[in-house]
Design a binder for this molecule. Structure first.
Ligand SMILES: *Cc1c(COP(=O)(O)O)cnc(C)c1O
Length: 419
């Protein structure tokens, strides 16, 4: 592949820009639905399989509703995300509440919605009992410590703040059983943005084995195992997507080998992926405002890292298409920048691109997860609009752009007059 494909042409995007000025994020509904179905089909062998979309990746209720219609629930980790789920019509056990360092109000809200609570720490048992109460079903987040390696985004499990140790998992389930919990689940999230199937299969194997030990050692029979998120996406041209069908099959083999052999069938498989659900199907569209020729060549976009901070935060690669110049030789070398007063506000460094002119439209790929969501207002930058490309080609604005009034809304200028 020499270019990444787009769900719109240059003419179409020019028409859209007439109504919705750049920068904006645009999501491809058809592709999101197709991918959701592929994911579900890959795990269709497991009767209770359910994906809880990690809301933090793209917290937009329209996308959440599309995914809910495809059979997904919501994985929430904050008060606001719980409210988003509730307002989208996702409640009860269709919500997985996977939080950490959790404030009391969040447990209370999660209990009010009857969400499944995935507890991050053994000390949260008495805390939850006090704030919200002990539920009928509980899940624990397992941190395997030195048993697993982790990767750069989450880090080495021994250094990561999440989850219970292995002895705490056993101790915690015993406590919860005494307190009246009837149904149990187990969760672990050790690796993020991983393109090899191995690590996800390894997580399944680890949790299945722990399920066996829990049954043998303390008589706890799990109802579900939550493999969490972490399936990566091919940000770079030379990478390829995780083969979901193969992944499903490999986990099925482990399920047969470990769960079935030990008479623990049925256990429901859950997941809470974010990135791979929406990431490849969202695009940040912007216009070239300026070109600058000093020690290097710079392209200045009307978007900045407030719209997509992954390149600045992780040095992440995001492919860039210059609309209408896809076939032209990529013989210019640019840093593609935003306008923040931070020198890491760059979407690309030393990127080979076709020769760019002021007014060109650029599309930054794979911005559909952890893109708009990570937006912030530093330097007085305003978050952009989110658009949905419907299956019939219509455009729906699913979030308007912020205005200066939004930016100023938390300030009291009345008070300033008497100050
Ligand atoms: C971020 C997160 C996810 C989703 O991770 P992806 O890498 O986007 O799939 C799932 N569960 C928890 C608890 C998370 O924090």
């Amino acid at each position: 592949m020499s270019e990444k494909l787009l769900p719109f042409t240059k003419n179409q995007i020019e028409e859209i820009i007439k109504k919705y000025p750049t920068p904006f994020h645009i999501y491809d509904e058809k592709a999101i639905r197709e991918n959701a179905r592929d994911f579900k089909n890959a795990f269709a062998w497991n009767e209770g399989f359910k994906e809880f979309f990690a809301v933090k990746a793209t917290p937009n209720p329209y996308l959440m509703k599309i995914l809910h219609k495809e059979g997904f629930g919501a994985d929430c980790s904050s008060f606001a995300e719980l409210i988003l789920a509730q307002k989208t019509g996702i409640t009860g056990e269709e919500i997985m509440f996977s939080s950490n360092n959790t404030p009391a109000v969040e447990f209370i809200k999660a209990r009010e919605l009857n969400a499944t609570i995935n507890l991050d720490d053994i000390s949260h048992i008495p805390f939850l009992e006090k704030h919200g109460g002990i539920p009928e079903v509980i899940s624990f987040r397992y941190n395997p410590g030195h048993l697993r390696k982790g990767n750069p985004i989450i880090g080495d499990p021994v250094e990561s703040k999440y989850g219970f140790t292995r002895p705490q998992i056993f101790e915690g389930f015993k406590i919860m059983r005494e307190k009246g919990v009837k149904r149990f689940g187990l969760h672990s999230f050790v690796i993020s943005n991983e393109l090899s199937r191995n690590s996800y299969v390894e997580t399944a194997r680890m949790l299945f084995a722990l399920a066996v030990d829990l049954k043998k050692e303390i008589g706890i029979k799990l109802e579900f195992v939550n493999l969490s998120g972490g399936i990566g996406i091919p940000y770079r041209l030379e990478q390829s997507a995780v083969d979901l069908t193969a992944l499903g099959k490999e986990i099925e083999q482990e399920y047969k080998k470990i769960i079935m052999k030990n008479d623990l069938h049925p256990i429901k498989i859950f997941s809470e992926c974010g990135r791979m659900i929406t990431g490849p199907y969202g695009y940040l569209v912007s216009t070239v405002l300026h070109k600058k020729d000093i020690y290097k060549q710079y392209i200045g976009l009307d978007a900045c890292m407030a719209n997509l901070m992954r390149p600045a935060l992780y040095g992440a690669y995001h492919h860039i298409t210059v609309m209408g110049k896809e076939g032209k030789p990529h013989d210019a070398l640019y840093d593609v920048t935003g306008s923040l007063c931070e020198n890491n506000d760059k979407f690309a460094i030393d990127r080979k691109l076709p020769k760019i002119d002021i007014g060109d439209i650029t599309v930054i790929h794979d911005a559909g997860a952890h893109g708009h969501a990570m937006g912030f207002n530093y330097n007085g930058k305003l978050r952009s609009a989110e658009l949905l490309l419907r299956e019939n080609g219509d455009i729906l604005q699913i979030r308007r752009a912020e205005t200066v009034d939004d930016y100023l809304a938390t300030l009291d200028f009345q008070g300033l007059n008497n100050f």
